[in-house]
Design a protein around this ligand. Structure first.
Ligand code: PLP
Length: 449
């Protein structure tokens, strides 16, 4: 390790608390310091090059060196580096971005509220839904339905909606009323059923839960069209239209968490369009700015908006918001990022390159430790497990972590989530990038098996 990175590493080990990290292991092993990026590649302090196969944290559409985003940020820094949106204040980039998002989204999701992160956005969803139901005179309608393995963030309410053990254990979550339904993963959770039978069972479970708890107590159902951080789980055929129909039948709001799916990841603008349903509320982040700036948005239907707005008239305000809600630099960067996605047809590229990636990855099913390869568009999960029985091989997550470490040695950054190795590369990937990425991952699996 060179002198500068060595002293940075020592300082990091002495002072930084890293998210999602075993802190004692970090004190022993130290960081991997990333110094710069170019296109789909990032480079570490030792000069090693990696394909960023997860687009950072499922989030970079335009690659790691887009000059137009830097220029958009600089222009906005010069014009107005900060202003807020409280109490009728406004500025051009956030106005334009809200309008742009309203035009892009399905249905009548015309009203937009900005936060800084996906977690804050989902906390805001919870508060908006509660505020709305209180205003409508149904204070008992407060519970959420979510799914095991769903990921909605880590703040107190969002972390409660998340359906992963590591986010609950010893954090005293869930802390809000939420019921986690079966994860819609056919390969793992199907009981010898066809996909259609599996869907029917999940829908029955959902309806039974609604009836057992009382529809008058259930405010909303939240889900990612394709689950990301829980292990890239694609829903079985007919699942989402079925869920949407149940929500309508029992007057339950349907919330699409599109923090990973949104802006082309699945080869469609939003994930709900890929799976043929229109939510009442949609949450986006990550690829909204390619994560060059922190930003998330909640889009709500006119009906939800009206109920909330009427109550703010009654109370005199909407007592919720963040210092940086709709930050001018973040919203300016988002506008430029969305313009690039459109001009370069990155959603079309995601559809085309996604097909290539999914086809090439299928060959991994020949590897003895690979149970299932799944995905859609430019997101994929390769599950370590026994093909015929879907059972784990060895202790949970251990082999997947070895694949991840071996992939890193092969020059590919991916992510291991429990028994799944996940890929979610930038939307700018080329055929050559896909081929190299799959070759590196294949070598990692071969070394691990
Ligand atoms: N929702 C989904 C679907 C996510 O994947 C994430 C983060 O990965 C979040 C919410 C939380 O976003 P953040 O990490 O910005 O708080």
């Amino acid at each position: 390790m060179n002198k500068i990175s060595n002293s940075l590493a020592i300082s990091d080990q002495a002072h930084s608390i890293h998210p999602y990290t075993n802190m004692r292991a970090h004190e022993r092993d130290g960081p991997m310091i990333i110094t710069h990026g170019k296109g789909v590649h990032v480079y570490d302090s030792e000069g090693r090059e990696y394909i960023e196969g997860l687009g950072g944290l499922w989030s970079v559409a335009v690659g790691f060196s887009e000059p137009r985003l830097r220029e958009a940020a600089m222009r906005q820094m010069d014009a107005l580096p900060y202003y807020h949106s409280f109490a009728h204040k406004a500025h051009e980039p956030s106005i334009k971005l809200a309008e742009k998002l309203a035009h892009m989204s399905p249905g009548d999701l015309n009203r937009v509220f900005f936060t800084n992160s996906g977690s804050e956005a989902n906390d805001t969803v919870v508060k908006m839904v509660w505020f709305m139901n209180n205003a409508l005179g149904r204070p008992e309608k407060k519970k959420f339905l979510a799914r095991l393995k769903g990921y909605h963030g880590i703040t107190v309410a969002a972390g409660s909606l998340t359906g992963l053990p590591a986010n609950h254990k010893d954090f005293d979550l869930p802390a809000i009323p939420v019921t986690h339904l079966t994860c819609p993963h056919h390969w793992k959770n199907g009981q010898g059923e066809s996909e259609a039978e599996f869907t029917a069972r999940l829908l029955k479970e959902t309806e039974d839960t609604i009836l057992a708890e009382g529809p008058e107590t259930i405010a909303a159902f939240i889900g990612e069209p394709v689950m990301g951080a829980g292990g890239v789980i694609t829903p079985p055929e007919g699942y989402w239209p079925g869920i949407a129909a149940l929500c309508k039948k029992y007057d339950i709001l349907l919330v699409a968490d599109e923090v990973i799916n949104g802006f082309g990841r699945l080869g469609t603008t939003f994930g709900c369009q890929r799976y043929d349903f229109t939510p009442d509320i949609m949450v986006v982040s990550k690829q909204l700015t390619s994560s060059y700036m922190p930003l998330a948005a909640i889009m709500v239907s006119e009906q939800v908006y009206d109920a909330i707005a009427d109550n703010t008239e009654k109370l005199g305000t909407f007592g919720h918001g963040y210092t940086a809600s709709g930050h001018p630099v973040a919203t300016a960067v988002a506008l430029e990022n969305l313009a690039i996605i459109e001009e370069r047809d990155l959603i079309g590229n995601a559809a085309r390159m996604g097909e290539l990636m999914q086809t090439q990855l299928k060959a991994l099913e020949g590897n003895p430790i690979v149970g299932e390869v799944r995905g859609v568009g430019l997101i994929a999960g390769i599950e370590v497990g026994k093909k015929d029985t879907a059972e784990a091989i060895g202790p949970m997550g251990v082999l997947a972590k070895s694949v991840y470490m071996n992939a890193q040695e092969e020059g590919l950054i991916c992510r291991n989530v429990y028994d799944t190795v996940a890929l979610c590369p930038p939307l700018i990937v080329t055929e050559d990038d896909i081929t190299q990425m799959v070759e590196r991952l294949t070598r990692a699996f071969d070394r691990t098996a």
